[in-house]
Design a protein around this ligand. Structure first.
Ligand code: 5AD
Ligand code: SF4
Length: 484
């Protein structure tokens, strides 16, 4: 965790230290001087906005970028009409890339009006050579580009950008470094994501993540526990342990430890109320993990267990390393041990070679498992992955399969979620409802959302809520008086 640094006592006239994180503190001190000087020249504060595309990992990375921007003197804003805008990009599906290109045009028009404006791009998309080439060619107004492996050097890159009048680009192919003790600025005061590992070794044949996030690297358990204890002392009651494949946590550490053992340690932290984690690969989900979840008072009753396809033939081509039957047997085992656990999933439709009978198999799994929610994606061809070289399914066939699946997902989810109707359950209040300010929005342990009458004073509290009306994926409820 980051302890407050006295930046004014760092001598930036000397050469920077080699060791991390001291090196980054040095560059933060340097950036503070640049930002201060510029702000004095303009007679106003400098504003910065970080926009996140993609998953929870990226959201957590953005909190780290925001933390550094705040330390170096920027005022943080959501408004992209700012002095420094950074896009933290995703590339898991092509539409994520297209959204970035679309938004960049808008940023360019803002930059034409504010000559002090700087634009940076980082994240997964920057690890793709074709994206970098396109940005260098067609988006020359971008000031700074960096990737996923050197994000911990953000302060240093920022300093280089201030000292340069051309595009600064620094992309690494790999890293084995995990740099601790850098600042971060949390979006919510009461909950936080925690990286427990980085990268992925699975190489599912459709997926670009192993290429852009590199090999699996786990953080040491003591660093994770220390960070969570600190967060709890700052008011955090719920943590989400993050990794592409949390079930293989700890395998590459000197003192190897299992994910279940880590969870057990996190459970012991006093003051922490809820533990979530994401994502679990079915092939690595152990009996030990099921037992720890079953016995836990804090681990939430929710498991995200990506299926991807229900057809054993397609699963093999996807390199998922389980069959339809193995997946169903796993779900049965989990449901038997923890009946109130909600299971959600990810499914891809249109993987190369998929036929309508394969979609039937997927639909069969959806009916049998009765997911609380399923995220359904149209297969997106990612250059460099094995599936990109396979024969692609025609668009019309994909659409037909997708629509058929979506209908069943919606029906079964509604049935499953509605089983809680009439019960009273605890919800962690997260925010005032965006559509109706007389309501607040909370999340049950099983991740289902509930909206109920209340005000901002409830945010961050865990309160009992009567689940009155089920509306598909969410409930309308009523807060119960705790004293009765
Ligand atoms: N096309 C469509 N969906 C994909 N996912 C990963 N790669 C692709 C792709 N090439 C989905 C998977 C994964 C989720 C995060 O994104 O379902 O679980
Ligand atoms: Fe991609 Fe498979 Fe790794 Fe998930 S487990 S990040 S789908 S390669």
């Amino acid at each position: 965790m980051f302890n407050k640094i006295d930046f004014d006592h760092i001598d930036t006239t000397q050469a920077p230290p080699e060791a991390e994180p001291d090196r980054q503190y040095y560059f933060m001190a340097k950036c503070r001087k640049y930002v201060k000087a510029k702000s004095e020249r303009l007679g106003r504060p400098l504003f910065s906005a970080v926009r996140t595309f993609g998953c929870q990992m990226n959201a957590r990375d953005s909190e780290k970028l925001t933390g550094i921007l705040k330390e170096v003197g920027y005022e943080i804003t959501e408004n992209e009409d700012a002095d420094f805008v950074i896009y933290n990009t995703c590339t898991v599906r092509d539409n994520a890339n297209q959204r970035v290109y679309g938004r960049l045009g808008h940023l360019n028009s803002l930059k034409k009006k504010n000559k002090h404006m700087k634009i940076a791009l980082c994240g997964c998309m920057m690890q793709e050579p074709s994206a970098i080439e396109k940005i260098r060619r067609s988006y020359r107004f971008v000031d700074l580009i960096f990737g996923t492996h050197n994000i911990y050097k953000f302060a240093e890159l920022l300093a280089t950008m201030f000292e340069s009048d051309r595009m600064v680009a620094d992309i690494w192919q790999e890293t084995d470094q995990i740099v601790e003790n850098l600042p971060s600025q949390r979006k919510y005061p009461f909950k936080s994501g925690i990286n427990i590992m980085f990268g992925c070794n699975n190489f599912c044949s459709y997926c670009i993540v192993p290429y852009v996030r590199g090999r699996e690297r786990s953080r040491k358990p003591e660093e994770i526990i220390h960070e969570i204890k600190r967060l709890v002392s700052e008011g955090v009651v719920e943590v989400m342990l993050l990794g592409q494949n949390v079930n293989s946590y700890g395998k590459n550490l000197e003192n190897s430890i299992t994910f279940a053992q880590l969870l057990y340690q996190v459970e012991q932290i006093e003051g922490l109320k809820r533990i979530r984690f994401m994502t679990s690969h079915p092939k690595d989900l152990s009996d030990e993990l099921i037992q720890v979840m079953k016995e836990s008072k804090k681990i939430c009753r929710h498991l995200h267990l990506p299926l991807q396809s229900g057809s054993t033939r397609i699963l093999k081509a996807m390199n998922r390393r389980y069959t339809k039957e193995q997946y169903l047997a796993l779900v049965e085992k989990i449901r038997k041990e923890i009946p109130d656990l909600a299971i959600t999933t990810d499914i891809i439709v249109g993987f190369p070679g998929e036929e309508p009978c394969d979609v039937d198999e997927t639909i069969d799994v959806v009916r049998k498992v009765q997911y609380e929610n399923a995220f359904t994606f149209v297969y997106s061809k990612r250059t460099g992955t094995p599936a990109a070289a396979m024969e692609q399914v025609p668009e019309g066939v994909v659409k037909e399969g997708f629509d058929r699946l979506l209908k069943v997902v919606q029906e079964t989810a509604r049935d499953r979620v509605s089983l809680l109707s009439g019960k009273t359950m605890e919800a962690l209040v997260e925010e005032v409802n965006e559509q109706d300010a007389s309501l607040v929005t909370g999340r049950l342990s099983n991740n289902t959302m509930v909206h109920f009458k209340g005000n901002a004073s409830l945010i961050g509290q865990i309160v009992p809520v009567y689940l009155k009306e089920c509306h598909g994926f969410y409930y309308l409820g009523e807060k119960k008086d705790e004293k009765r």
